[in-house]
Design a protein around this ligand. Sequence first.
Ligand SMILES: *Cc1c(COP(=O)(O)O)cnc(C)c1O
Length: 376
Amino acid sequence: MMVPFNNLKAASDELGDQLVSTVERVIKSGWYILGPEVERFEDQFARYLGVRHCVGVASGLDALHLALRAMGIGPGDEVVVPGNTCVPTWLAISQAGALPVVVDPDPATLVLGPERLEEAISERTKALLPVHLYGHPADMTALLELAHRYDLRILEDAAQAHGARWRGLHVGGFGDAAAWSFYPTKNLGALGDGGAVTTNNPEIAQTVRALRNYGESSKYRNEVQGFNSRLDELQAAVLSLKLELLDEWNARRDAIARRYASGLQDGEVELPVVAEGAEHAWHLFVVRSPERDRLQAHLTASGVQTLVHYPIAPYSQAAYPAGSWRGPALPISDRLQNEVLSLPIGPHLSPEQVETVIGSLRAFVPGGGQSASKEE
Ligand SMILES: *Cc1c(COP(=O)(O)O)cnc(C)c1O
């Protein structure tokens, strides 16, 4: 049996005629950019999260970038960011003109914790940018306390955490703002690109609204030089429809995560850790192995598609040479890029496919068994 990493077609198939009639409704409305569908989705997503404002934008990267600008962050400022995240988290800081200051994550939960933050903070530090990586919420209680103590802003990168909660509350309303991506593979995914900024701060919301549309505060009145980062009506309508299913689809992810955890009890791999107070959204189910590359090859050979999130940390990328960021040695992030492996997880993975993944993992011979026998 083949186990693909994602199955986006199955998601669209489950929605079936509803998806088609939603798209048709937008086509027939004759209104395609920033209209009633975008307003409706912004309203619904804000209500779902329990946050005051939601502003739809064109992507997760734009959501991060525009939120940083709306928080007043620019050249000369530093933003503290984890070493183990995807490149767009860093790009947003660079696009705002600020400097990424990198720290290692908590070695168990793999998200930004308070431990290593204090030594990273300087007079130039303006904000913390925790990433709710893989769907695991960062310890927002500790981060808020630290941000308060050092007078810092917090921008949550919630692009992998639709539906995740910290101490019973949805992520996305803890910081000064949060950035969301609706890239098709995310837990709440559009049929194309999309993103949003959520915030309880009306000034940040208003500034992002202007920045996404050339910097217009009202029609043809430009207070600032803005961008074109608008969410379109088609994507917003699809997102409203899919938001109704988010909790149910996340529950299916949770059931798969539980089955993986119970089926992989014999030390085959290091399993993801869920902190007390965290409700994981299971965007990704990431295991760790010192023999990651051999394990991935073994799984591929048995038809199980896996991915690595992420094989090259931003600070190791050619796009981020010395001088374009600041930070200490990063032994945890360094190790993670060689050890992490994402198993298939999603609302449309069948129980048989889940068992195939578990069986294939359990059949892996650790300790270089295959290559050792070749040498004999
Ligand atoms: C997907 C993602 C982004 C970027 O979102 P896009 O919509 O692709 O621009 C940023 N941060 C994280 C953690 C992501 O997973």
